[in-house]
Design a protein around this ligand. Structure first.
Ligand code: HSE
Length: 436
């Protein structure tokens, strides 16, 4: 620990976009952070992969190392900023820092979603602070809102757009009437999508974030594998355009919803009514809507990634660590009376909360097709809310058909999709998305 009680010595692991943003903000207004936290926040060392890289946005007035253990084992460092991402070696470094009595601030959702239990238990044992505001929805201070601002509420529902890459791609497809792959390339060129975007477009990144949120909201253990995960690769421009005709926008939604059976956790594309504010959150923006029993609905929207927004959250955690606002990692808002988090609360696919579903299929244009399709829905006990045969989209002897159902269970929806896919006269895969 630093010898001076007026200085917080910070060691930084990673000086990429986020690390650079944090150091640059600290260097540009040190007095602001000092007056707000009561301490001079001083970067005393950083670990980078390539020490020779040009980092013109920051003054490199601190030692650089390429060995991260120089940081987590340095006795003069009070707080370690873990901004390298990934699971290993981040896990080992965070555990070592905590074992050495250092506070930790991290933006690493993948690490917390998988190893959070181990990390938070060690932090509690060592009486250390672990801040992770930047791990969920970048600059939106959702962790603090849940833990502090909404402490009086029972939260029953969360809907979020918490992956900026997916949102950027879906918005871009509609705006430019382009195919998925073209917008993905543009997003990568503009820096809104990683070189390897598989975690983003596959829904894993959103699932990491939802794991953390659900744990806080419902006192569920941090268990990524309890989440039903669907990415956006299945969404085609036709779906976006048909959804629009039906009065919806397709968004990649993270949902945590409590029912009498337990908590349902899922991420995936969904048709959101155009009258719903979430449908208006476009481009790379994130948004989270919660429903509290006292407050009612709350919607927060802001940047979910980028140097400034993520640094904003990281720095608020650093200031919190100084203020010693040591809140337990597990939920302080709990809807159950147990003290230990319980995974029994997470419900299975069988018990999922019912919702309307959208189907798109291409059928042979012949008498009786529509009747056969609706018979399959009837056989699965599904009532139809809307059905459209798109005459304009007719090609040769094939016609697109859109169906929106009344509320049904996931099991019914999956059985229907399978039966429709196997029906004679149905071409190409049958698309199926939830309707919010
Ligand atoms: N890759 C994330 C996104 C940002 O696209 O939202 C960091 O969590």
């Amino acid at each position: 620990m630093s010898k001076s009680k007026d200085i917080l010595n910070v060691g930084v692991l990673g000086l990429g976009t986020v690390g650079g943003g944090v150091v640059s903000a600290l260097q540009s207004s040190p007095e602001l952070f000092e007056s707000r936290s009561g301490k001079h926040i001083k970067v005393v060392a950083a670990c980078v992969r390539n020490p020779n890289k040009n980092r013109s946005a920051i003054a490199m007035n601190f030692p650089i190392t390429s060995n991260p253990f120089d940081i987590v084992e340095d006795p003069k460092i009070d707080l370690v900023l873990e901004l390298i991402g990934g699971v290993e070696p981040a896990r080992r470094l965070v555990l070592t820092a905590l074992n050495n009595g250092k506070n930790v601030v991290t933006a690493n959702k993948a690490l917390l979603a998988v190893h959070g239990e181990e990390i938070f238990r060690l932090a509690a044992e060592k009486n250390c602070f672990v801040g992770y505001e930047a791990a969920v929805a970048g600059g939106i201070p959702i962790i603090k809102v849940i833990r502090e601002g909404l402490v009086a509420n029972k939260i029953t529902k969360l809907h979020g757009i918490i992956n900026g890459t997916c949102n950027y791609i879906l918005t871009g497809m509609e705006k430019h009437q382009s195919a998925f792959d073209d917008i993905l390339i543009e997003a990568q060129q503009k820096g809104f999508a990683e070189e390897d975007p598989s975690f983003d477009i596959g829904g894993i990144d959103a699932a990491h974030k939802l794991t953390i949120l659900a744990s806080l909201l419902f006192k569920i253990p941090l268990e990524l594998d309890k989440i039903s995960v669907v990415g956006i690769a299945d969404v085609e421009l036709e779906d976006i355009n048909y959804a629009k005709k039906l009065g919806y926008k397709i968004k990649h939604l993270a949902v945590a919803e409590k029912s009498e059976n337990g908590v349902e956790l899922r991420v995936g594309p969904a048709l959101v009514p155009e009258t719903d504010m979430l449908s208006k959150v476009d481009e790379e923006m994130n948004a989270i809507r919660l429903e509290g029993n006292l407050l009612g609905p709350l919607l927060m929207s802001g940047a979910g990634a980028g140097a400034g927004p993520t640094a904003s959250s990281v720095l608020s955690d650093i200031v919190d660590s100084i203020r010693n606002s040591k809140l337990e990692w597990a939920s302080v808002i709990t809807n159950n009376s147990d003290n230990e988090p319980s995974s029994d609360l997470v419900i299975t696919a069988e018990q999922t909360i019912a919702s309307a579903f959208y189907y798109r299929l291409v059928a042979s244009n012949e008498p009786g097709m529509l009747a056969s399709i609706t018979n399959i829905l009837a056989a699965n006990n599904i009532s139809i809310e809307a059905v459209i045969q798109d005459e304009e989209g007719k090609k040769a002897d094939r016609v697109p058909i859109l169906i929106v159902t009344e509320k049904i269970k996931q099991r019914q929806a999956d059985a229907t999709r399978l039966a429709l896919s196997e029906m004679p006269g149905i071409f190409s895969p049958v698309k199926q998305f939830r309707v919010k």
